[in-house]
Write a protein that binds this ligand. Structure first.
Ligand code: PTJ
Length: 259
């Protein structure tokens, strides 16, 4: 048995996971999802979503492939160009990258809005509180005073001055219904999803096929690099980005099995 096999599944804190473990990111992700379920912010179904994501990430080599990095740069440019950017948060996103989402919101001057598939007042409150503990100033999604048309589940509930009025929305880790409905509303959508064949990246203007744990800090880094860029430069980055090519590159990498 190697030292690595001896990492227990029930570590108490993420600091106990050895950073040089070859599957460090996967163990960290699993640990954060479990902690999220225990804290009442992540739904049990979030564990299934995580398992699916983890399988795709394994096939991607658990790294940000060049086409994903290009998408992350285009996402940063798109968010900087936006008049009313909003970053949507569900139970998995809150568990995995709360501080990183707060930092991105700060870098691109966006709002954070909680939007849940399995919506309950307790989860909404717990997630908003968790985000505040990780540096978010203002969290939307509690009012839910507007509805996304043509969507008959809880995800249609949004804030009138948040997702409803947004021009650019970052939609990470979800099924495709709301992504399609937001697309029909004419929003520019940035989607983070490890499955390039899922409906949400398929309808996205900027599909990012990468683990959210790597994607969000990378978008923030690009946004900081581009903070002083003029509008023409940002528009050129957005126009040069080819969504079809990005999806094809990710699918090819996953199918090739070259790890
Ligand atoms: O918190 P709630 O109530 O809003 O529910 C959230 C979940 C995630 C349970 C709900 O949106 C759901 O069931 O989503 P799906 O249909 O399982 O879709 C999740 C997608 O995210 C899948 O395509 C996964 O491959 C992908 N995914 C999972 N983990 C990651 C990921 N993508 C990027 N990074 C990850 N860490």
């Amino acid at each position: 048995m190697s030292d690595y096999d001896s990492v227990s599944a029930d570590v108490e804190t993420e600091e106990e996971i050895p950073e040089d473990h070859p599957r460090y990111q996967d163990l960290l992700t699993r640990h954060r999802i479990e902690a999220g379920v225990e804290k009442g912010i992540t739904h049990l179904q979030g564990m299934h979503a995580e398992g699916r994501g983890s399988a795709f990430d394994y096939l991607l080599g658990e790294e940000t492939i060049p086409s994903a990095d290009e998408a992350e740069r285009a996402a940063a440019a798109q968010l900087l160009l936006a008049d009313r950017p909003v970053l949507s948060i569900n139970g998995n996103v809150a568990a995995l990258v709360p501080g990183e989402m707060a930092a991105l919101a700060d870098a691109v001057d966006a709002d954070l809005e909680v939007n849940l598939f399995n919506r309950t007042p307790d989860r909404i409150e717990a997630i908003a509180e968790h985000l505040r503990e990780h540096g978010a100033d203002d969290v939307k999604g509690l009012e839910a005073d507007a509805r996304i048309p043509n969507l008959d589940h809880e995800r249609s509930k949004v804030d009138a001055d948040g997702i409803y009025a947004a021009d650019v929305v970052l939609v990470p880790l979800e099924d495709g219904d709301r992504a399609e409905a937001l697309d029909e509303m004419g929003k520019t959508e940035i989607v983070i999803d490890l499955n390039p064949l899922s409906r949400s990246p398929q309808v996205a203007d900027v599909p990012i096929v990468d683990n959210i744990i790597r994607a969000v800090p990378t978008i923030t880094e690009h946004a900081r690099d581009l903070a002083d860029a003029d509008e023409a430069t940002l528009r050129a980055i957005v126009e040069d980005f080819d969504r079809e090519r990005a999806l094809e590159a990710a699918e090819k990498r996953i199918r090739s099995g070259e790890l």
